[in-house]
Write a new protein. Structure first.
Length: 274
């Protein structure tokens, strides 16, 4: 016949009276490893105040709250390979419940998971910081390479000068393209390299569109100019300018006088060009 401690009886009654609504008294008895009728007897005695702990029992028995971490761990290890009945018997001898062991085990697992979570968070943070530093180092290395490449380009290149749309000889295109390609290979951005030699990035891209470097097609343009003056009109303008009555006048004076006479050869600007 099993002998139950006074502490175990009191705690069993407390557990039975504080059970959840969905739990039956029989289920509590099975969990505690005691008979159903025995548990009922303890409850009746407790209601009559005949199940109180004596002073001597309190001095000899230790409550579950008094168990330190090492003792709890040793109890969990001891009951790890025991059956439920054997674990319940061990708990009765120690003055604790089986659910105390389960609670302690859950606490150990929770602490372990918490420690693992903290470690993972620290590791993730360290990886992010390492990635940020690596990215910053790459950025600075690229900036340094670009500065060095542009410095070499500024010493080697002679700015083309002039405005957009100007004719640039094929040999100059080859020279500028080679310098820009070298600067880009050494880490410079194409746009900055182009600006340094005096052309736009779009111009450089247009030059290198297709299989190779292209030449300015305007040099080979044979299309006729529709508003070009004929040689006969040019000669007539020269003849008018050289006449004694017009030789001392400017084109701004000659054109209005010819209009007064009903004659229009060309505009004032055309007179100036001729």
């Amino acid at each position: 016949m099993s002998v139950f401690s006074q502490e175990f009886k009191v705690q069993s009654v407390e557990k039975a009276l504080s059970r959840r609504p969905e739990q039956s008294l029989k289920q509590i008895a099975v969990t505690l490893g005691v008979g159903y009728s025995t548990l009922q007897k303890w409850i009746r005695l407790a209601k009559k105040n005949q199940l109180e702990k004596t002073e001597s029992n309190m001095s000899k028995e230790k409550s579950p709250q008094d168990w330190n971490t090492v003792e709890r761990f040793e109890a969990i290890v001891h009951c790890h390979h025991l059956t439920d009945d054997q674990a319940s018997a061990y708990c009765r001898e120690q003055g604790i419940y089986l659910h105390h062991l389960n609670t302690w085990k859950a606490e150990f697992l929770s602490e372990s998971k918490s420690t693992e979570s903290v470690y993972k968070q620290a590791q993730t943070k360290l990886k992010q910081e390492n990635k940020r530093l690596h990215k910053e180092l790459n950025r600075k290395e690229k900036a340094l390479s670009e500065t060095a490449a542009l410095l070499v380009l500024s010493k080697s290149a002679k700015r083309s000068g002039g405005k957009g749309g100007r004719l640039i000889a094929y040999s100059d295109r080859q020279h500028y393209s080679a310098l820009i390609d070298e600067a880009v290979d050494n880490g410079a951005r194409q746009k900055l390299a182009c600006e340094l030699v005096g052309i736009s990035a779009r111009t450089y891209q247009r030059w290198n569109r297709g299989e190779g470097l292209s030449e300015d097609l305007r040099l080979h343009n044979t299309a006729p100019v529709h508003n070009q003056l004929s040689e006969a009109i040019k000669q007539e303008i020269i003849t008018v300018i050289n006449k004694p009555e017009y030789s001392a006048l400017t084109p701004h004076q000659i054109v209005p006088r010819l209009l007064d006479l009903g004659c229009y050869l060309a505009s004032e600007s055309t007179f100036i060009v001729s």
